[in-house]
Every structure is written in C-alpha cells, then in structure tokens.
Design a binder for this molecule. Structure first.
Ligand code: PRX
Length: 652
C-alpha cells in the first residue's frame, strides 16, 4: 500500500518521456495526448469509429453507441470476429511468418508459433470443439497452465462464437464447480497438470473432483478435453473425457471464423466482489476488442519487431487482455512463461529477458517488491539492455518500488507506465502514455482516451485537488463489462446505483494539482493480495463452512510484500477449544474451498466479534486491531474484543 510519508518525499519527482522515445512514439507529446483526449470525450463516436476502422469488420456498424444506463451496446449492427482479427488479418502481409507466441515452460522447454502456425492450430482446435458439439453461444471452461494451448483454446472458442470462462489454475475444485454451475458450461478444457516451482499441479484431478457426484456442475459438463502437458497419471472418464492430441487426428486446418454480432459474448471471467459469490463479468466482442487493441497500441507503443512480455497468468483479466487478445490483435510477438519467477532461482525473469531479448515488460508491484527483497545481484547478473518500456498493473505501486523498477530493471532509460484498470473495465483506463505523459512514481497519471474518470465525495460531488474520494467513471467506454452473467440486477446495484448512471470502481483515489490520479486501493470489502483480488466475504463463507466455526470476519492488513495480507477473526462453536492445529486446519480449509491464494495469513480466535447494536461486525475496528502489533502473538488464547468495541463506540 501507498506509504504516505514516502509518497510525499518522492511525489515531486517527475520523469519526462525520454526524447528519443517520444520522437518515435505514436503519441509523442502532451499536446497530442490532450488533443486526442479532448476529442475522445467531446466526440467519442468520431474518435472510436476512427480507431475501430483499423480492425477487420465483417459488416460495418450502423450506430456507434446505444447507452441506456447502465446497459451499453457498442457498434450496433456490426459483425466481427476476435480470432479473425488476432490471426487471419495478419496472414496476408509480412507478419505471416512472424512469431505470434514465444513460450517457455517452467522446466525450460520452448515453443514458438508464427502467426501462420497459430492460425492453423486455432482452426484445428476450433474443429475439435465443433466435433465435440460445442456451438456458438455455449459456455466453455478453460482450466489450464500458462501454455500456448490455453491461448489456442481461447482463440478457438472466439472463432466459433463459444463463450469461454477461464478459471485460474491455482483455484480449487470447489471454485471450478461454482463457476461451471453459474455459467452452465457444457464443455471443459484442461491439461493433465502444469508445472509450478518444480512440482506438478494436478489440474485434471481437480476437474474430476469438481465433476464428482450429482451436482449441477456434474450434470452440466458433457465433454472434457485434456491436453497432455506433464504426463502424470490421470483418470479418463469414458464417454466424457477425450485427449486433445487424439481429437486432432480427426480434423483438418480449415475453419472459417464465424461472423459475430458486435455484442456477442466473448467471455465470462469470475471475480470477487463484496458478497460470498464471485461475479461472472461478461465481456462482448466488438467493443472489448477495440478497447484492448487501442490500449495495447498506445500504452505499449509496440514496434513491429518488439518482443513483448506480460507476466500475468491467463486466468486473470490481464492475461486475457494483455497476454492474448491485445498483443495478437496488434500483430505483436507475445511472450508467455508458464511458471514461478523464482524457479529454479530468483533470476528466472531476468534470464528470460536476456535470452529472448524482451523489449517490453509488464508485471505486478508484488513481483517487483519480491525482486527487491531477493536482491539486486540477481538482476545485475543479466544483460537487460533490450528493455525499452516497463509496465505495472494490479495494485498500487509504492514510489520506492517504482524507482527500483525504473533504475535497476530499466537502467534509468525506460519509461514506466503504471496502468490502472479492473476485470470490469476490460482494458487499461488510467495510465501514462510512454512518449507523451511525464511520469510520477506511484501515480497512474492520466485517463486513457474516452475515459471520463473523476473523484467524488459521498454525495457524488467532485472533490478538489488532493482531496481523497471515490473513483468513478462518468461515461460508457467500449470495453466496459456489459453485465454480471445471469444477474443484471446485481450489475446495476453493484456498479451503477450509488451514483446513478455513473460507474463505481470500488477504489479510493485522489487527483493532484496536475490532474494526476493516485489510486489508494479498494474501499469496499475486496482485498488485493499479491495482485489477486479476493472478497472478504468469500473467505468468510469458506471459514464458516468448517464444522467448528461459528462466525468469521476477514479483513486486510498492509503487507510489505503482498500489498495486503488476509487476517481472519474466528469464533468457534460452543464446546470447541481453540488450538494451534485448528488454525492450520482452517487455513487449509480455505485453500480447499477457494485456492491457496486465499489462505489467511493469520487466524485469530475471539470470544466474540465486536458488533454494533444492530449486529453489524465492526470491520473498521477489526482492521485497526489487525494492523496493530499482534496482541496475543501466536497463542490460542481467545481474544476478547467486546471491551474494545465499547471503548471505540458504535460504527452505526
Ligand atoms: O484496486 C484496483 C487494483 O486492482 C483492482 C482490480 O483488480 P482486478 O479486477 O483483479 O484486475 C487487476 C488487473 C487489472 C482495482 O480495483 N489495481 C489494478 N491496477 C492498479 C490497481 N491499483 C492501483 N494501481 C494500479 N495500477
């Protein structure tokens, strides 16, 4: 989290775009940015139509935007296919034999797919999907390691108009089951396993667990397609499971892209909100493609021969937008890596950059903070002179980490773009443009084209410079989420009702006197742990599903490495004794229900949770307690917060 004192010390530092960078950039000056930004706000239809004409449409739209708040439609009447834009469009010119994906597996295996090769693999796999009765509009779960086949599966779905829902490989069987049930997916694509820190993650076994029994999920999924990655023994359920490589024997490489309505759903991606149930964020075709195309082009300012590396996993929105769709839509070379940054040693990223000559690196503050901790010697061992641009995403970056990234990784010569956005926004919303906008360490700087961002108080009034408030967006934008899958009421209530017709981000922020945005972090009950978004109530639900737990309240506490750490306050059912082993058991229990990333860093047993007279848990108080020095250390004495609650008064 942002350290206030530190940010005051460094806030005055401003890094102008290096002149040689600006000279070659698409947007090379502040004046140019301002001119285009103004146009994008005053006449969004003209701005976005011009951008959209750079894409390949099967049928031109007849209206750019229909906005019946909170429901937007972009490029109405237009027909387009994302896979055709990411692949076929690049086959006629000089990009046919250019690397589309360069990949390295954790064990060190490598693969390069040119645009032509990737196109062929996507067509073949799209035919496999058709052979397995996956049709336009069907939902398909993808639960895979970060291997090229994950991108192939996504693009193949997009090619035939099937709607994918990628589930992060670190999520558990329960999480897969919930997502299948909510999306009504009929097919699932997975691998036998994936590599992580030298071990095999048993992906297929998790899928089997998710599909066991008579749950809605088990009834829903008719076909499981399994890619062989690790070669570990797996169960093949006759009549349901098929091997990816065997299926390929029956198909050819011809598959015409399906012309799709601009508003045809492209994917559902589940993300945590402030209730126990993850929300299925729905993105559609034309507007989403335009948003990620435009941001990739301007923010990463790609050159034809760049190697671009976004380190996110495909299970998160960053992987969707900036590992797969954005760079491929731009005809770029996107680098993918399967494993952990410190495997086998803490210099894996730097080794990769040196080996492949990576030019653009896009990673997360939590990784940067880990690198700082591991020591500069790991970075210094490698020649990183190929780098020309650095990006950051996922959480607020503290100025110290920003400076380290710029100086130690970027050798002081690369612009750093801190990009603020969300699963819901689909594409980058607030960011520096590297050739135009001077950067301040710790600030995401200024809004991207078409983004009407503002900071408001509780009443929805814009606050003066440097006053904190809620970050909102006042106008629709092309890549915005269209709804929460199957729950338009929740969509409206969650994002559009507090300030009617305006989008509530859930983040707190301030704008300085230059109009620069400084994002503080979530102000709702969502945590950001190591760049992973987790709902406190989701973890609470997991905890209370344990037979010995009566009540649970989960809060975040600042953590130097992970941004936030998870602290769980738990009361036990009567007659159950608190003990050390139970703490461990509860952590494992959460891991089983959600995934290892959600395991509480600290479990604290309490007599009772502090509550207001109306019975609401006093979260603010618990946050303070969690941030303070641990009162009881690691003992299992029941803490009694009722006295504290009385002292601090009511939160009502
Ligand atoms: O709190 C903000 C934080 O991550 C949240 C969105 O999480 P998610 O939907 O998982 O998407 C992450 C990748 C886009 C936001 O509400 N966040 C993301 N980027 C930044 C950030 N906070 C500060 N600065 C950023 N650059």
């Amino acid at each position: 989290m942002q350290d206030n004192i530190e940010s005051h010390l460094t806030e005055n530092r401003v890094f102008a775009p290096p002149p040689e960078f600006a000279a070659n950039a698409r947007i090379g000056s502040m004046a140019e940015y301002q001119r285009l930004y103004r146009e994008s706000i005053d006449d969004p239809e003209a701005f976005w139509s011009r951008e959209a004409r750079e894409l390949l449409w099967r049928r031109e739209w007849n209206r750019v935007l229909e906005w019946k708040a909170p429901f937007a439609k972009w490029f109405i009447g237009g027909q387009i296919n994302v896979s055709e834009n990411c692949l076929d469009r690049h086959l006629t010119g000089g990009r046919r034999n250019k690397a589309a994906i360069i990949w390295e597996g954790e064990p060190g295996d490598r693969q390069t797919l040119t645009y032509q090769q990737l196109h062929r693999e996507v067509c073949r796999f799209a035919n496999v999907l058709k052979r397995n009765h996956v049709a336009k509009g069907d939902r398909v779960i993808i639960y895979m390691p970060a291997i090229p086949e994950a991108a192939i599966a996504m693009l193949a779905c997009a090619r035939i108009g099937a709607v994918h829902s990628v589930v992060f490989g670190g999520f558990s069987a329960d999480a897969i089951r919930d997502r299948i049930a909510d999306s009504g997916a009929t097919a699932l694509i997975t691998a036998d396993g994936g590599y992580r820190r030298g071990a095999v993650v048993p992906l297929k076994r998790n899928v089997d667990d998710a599909l066991r029994g008579t749950s809605a999920a088990a009834g829903s999924v008719k076909r499981v397609i399994v890619f062989r990655r690790t070669g570990n023994d797996i169960h093949i359920e006759e009549g349901r499971d098929v091997w990816w490589h065997r299926e390929l024997e029956y198909v050819d490489g011809n598959c015409e892209p399906e012309p799709l309505d601009s508003e045809h759903p492209l994917y559902i991606l589940y993300t945590s909100g402030s209730t126990g149930k993850p929300k299925g964020i729905l993105h559609t075709t034309g507007g989403y493609l335009l948003g990620i195309y435009s941001t990739t082009k301007y923010v990463f300012d790609l050159r034809e021969d760049d190697i671009y590396w976004c380190t996110a996993d495909i299970g998160w929105v960053t992987g969707h937008s900036y590992v797969v769709y954005g760079p491929l839509a731009c005809g770029a070379t996107t680098f993918m890596y399967e494993g952990a940054p410190n495997w086998p040693e803490p210099d894996r990223f730097w080794r990769i950059i040196e080996t492949y000559g990576v030019n653009i690196l896009y990673t997360a503050p939590t990784a940067i903070r880990a690198f700082i901790r591991w020591g500069n010697e790991w970075v210094k061992k490698h020649d990183l002179s190929s780098l020309r641009l650095l990006g950051s995403v996922g959480e607020p970056i503290n100025p110290e980490a920003w400076m380290w990234y710029r100086d130690v990784v970027g050798g002081g010569r690369c612009p750093v773009v801190d990009t603020w956005w969300q699963t819901e926004t689909g594409a980058i919303m607030i960011t520096a443009l590297p050739g135009a906008i001077p950067q301040k360490p710790g600030s995401a700087t200024l809004p991207f084209f078409g983004v009407d961002a503002a900071i408001v108080d509780e009443q929805g009034e814009e606050v003066p410079a440097n006053a904190g408030g809620k970050l909102i967006v006042r106008k629709p934008w092309p890549s915005m989420l269209r709804t929460i899958y199957g729950d338009p009421e929740r969509f409206e209530k969650q994002y559009w009702s507090e300030f009617k017709g305006r989008y509530l981000t859930g983040d707190g922020a301030r704008r300085d006197e230059d109009g620069y945005f400084w994002i503080v972090g979530r102000i709702d009950d969502v945590l950001n742990v190591a760049g992973h978004r987790l709902g406190t109530s989701e973890i609470e639900s997991a905890l209370v599903s344990h037979p010995q737990v009566a009540e649970a309240a989960v809060v975040g506490r600042a953590d130097e490495l992970k941004g936030q750490a998870v602290v769980a306050f738990v009361t036990l059912k009567s007659g159950i004794e608190a003990h050390q082993e139970l703490k461990r058991e509860l952590r494992e229990h959460v891991g089983k229900h959600i995934g290892a990333i959600a395991k509480p860093d600290e479990v604290r047993f309490a007599e009772a949770l502090p509550k207001t007279r109306s019975g609401k848990i006093m979260r603010r108080l618990l946050k303070e307690i969690a941030s303070g020095k641990s009162v009881t250390g690691d003992t299992t004495t029941l803490e009694d917060f009722s006295v504290l609650a009385t002292l601090s008064g009511s939160e009502e």
